[in-house]
Structures are given as C-alpha cells and as structure tokens.
Design a protein. Structure first.
Length: 55
C-alpha cells in the first residue's frame, strides 16, 4: 500500500512544483511536508514528534 505525502500545515497532498519534504530541524525524527501554497504564505507547522513550530 502506497502512502501519499501530505502538507503538515494544511493536509494537502504533496505533488507538483514547489512542494518539499524535510526532516524536522529540531529533532530530525519526523518528516515535515510543505505544499507550495503554505511555503509561499509562510504558514506555520508543528512537528508531530517534538512539537517544534516553524514558519
């Protein structure tokens, strides 16, 4: 079963240009997904593992 990556901020499926997935800058345990819209508008996100909040 294939799982699709989703934006950590809004839950949108990550596909297309401008999306990214990276490890949490604080703990490195969780993967943070960001869609193009949330990246462009600097919508905040929270790490599910350590509760780190980022822009």
């Amino acid at each position: 079963m294939r799982t699709e990556s989703r934006c950590t901020s809004c839950g949108a499926v990550l596909s297309g240009k401008g999306t990214t997935v990276f490890p949490c800058p604080s703990c490195g345990r969780a993967k943070i997904g960001r869609c193009a819209r949330c990246r462009d508008q600097s919508v905040s996100y929270r790490c599910p593992a350590c509760s780190f909040r980022g822009p």
